[in-house]
Write a protein that binds this ligand. Structure first.
Ligand SMILES: NC(=O)c1ccc[n+]([C@@H]2O[C@H](COP(=O)([O-])OP(=O)(O)OC[C@H]3O[C@@H](n4cnc5c(N)ncnc54)[C@H](OP(=O)(O)O)[C@@H]3O)[C@@H](O)[C@H]2O)c1
Length: 288
């Protein structure tokens, strides 16, 4: 990964931090997108200790703000010419309903919409890289989604795991639609499930399912193991041409849910995201 630049969102903790460490070890210049300055500095120091080449850099942004997402992308474009790998990893399960700074349900705003806008804004640097890769960290929980696009931005009833599953289906729908749209550019786009990993995930949630997850923590994969699929997709020569796929925790391509292949659903979601972000995002349409 020498001379490659990689941006990882949610790099201050969990799978994102493990991914950033793994990439830095392999020689990449890693840019850590984090929201909390203190945690960002700790993560930067941790990654720096393992960096084989360029020291890591930090961009601060709260992905719950579309303005912050735009500023973060602008900062990246000012400081770097090209982006070889973008890893949209940041995500959360929120125990109670909250809204983003833009008045959008927070889980969807952070887990999906921020990645949509960040990818759009960074596209010039990804195109300049020649054969860039975009990874969207989804979850196998996307299979449980009963996605209702009419209520995505402002669900009338809030269920933490349902809105989480919806946001993760959105990640997969977006990945397939974007992969098709960018197929002529050399940019490869894939989605992945990192496994069930012992991280800070769901820390703010106290329902039975979250409590059970925390109780079973010792049986779960480690963050390093959870980073395995992202690292493989970011670095493997064998996967350099693979696009529009969904990968399991062992970096094997697997089928995602039936609705994730619904191109009408993907198109409608795309329009909602464009409208919520107040801008168009026009890679040419194509079959997923
Ligand atoms: N853990 C699992 O079992 C599992 C399973 C399937 C999929 N995933 C997915 O894996 C990804 C990483 O999750 P994780 O398990 O590593 O969780 P984690 O340990 O809680 O890490 C989440 C990261 O996202 C960041 N983040 C959250 N909200 C943010 C915001 N508004 N702005 C900027 N950054 C924000 C967090 O920043 P702070 O450090 O500031 O909180 C943290 O760096 C997520 O997309 C999650 O959905 C996880």
């Amino acid at each position: 990964m020498n001379a490659k630049t990689v941006l990882v969102t949610g790099a201050s903790d969990g799978i994102g931090l493990a991914t950033a460490r793994g990439l830095a070890k392999r020689g990449a210049q890693v840019v850590l997108l984090c929201r909390n300055p203190g945690k960002a500095e700790q993560a930067r120091a941790t990654v720096a200790r393992e960096a084989a080449a360029a020291p890591p850099e930090v961009i601060l942004a709260d992905l719950a703000s579309l303005e912050d997402v735009r500023s973060a992308a602008d900062e990246f474009l000012r400081r770097w010419e090209r982006l070889d790998v973008l890893i949209n990893n940041a995500g959360a399960l929120n125990g109670r309903r909250r809204d983003s700074r833009d008045g959008i349900e927070l889980t969807f705003a952070v887990n999906h919409l921020a990645g949509f806008l960040l990818t759009r804004q960074l596209l010039p640097a990804l195109v300049r890289a020649g054969s860039a890769r975009i990874l969207n960290v989804s979850s196998d929980l996307h299979r449980q989604s009963q996605l209702d696009l009419d209520n995505l931005l402002d669900p009338p009833r809030y269920d933490a795991w349902s809105v989480y599953a919806d946001s993760k289906l959105c990640n997969v729908l977006f990945s397939y639609r974007l992969a098709a749209g960018l197929s002529e550019t050399g940019i490869r786009v894939n989605a992945l499930h990192p496994g069930v990993v012992a991280t800070s995930f769901a820390r703010g949630s106290h329902d039975m399912r979250s409590l059970a997850l925390r109780a079973a923590r010792w049986t779960l994969r480690s963050p390093d193991s959870g980073a395995k699929c992202s690292l493989e997709l970011a670095t493997s020569d064998a996967l350099a041409e693979v696009t529009g796929c969904y990968f399991d925790e062992n970096a094997r391509p697997v089928r995602s849910s039936a609705s994730s292949y619904d191109s009408d659903l993907a198109e409608a979601l795309w329009k909602i995201c464009e409208s919520a972000c107040g801008c168009s995002f026009d890679p040419p349409a194509g079959d997923a």
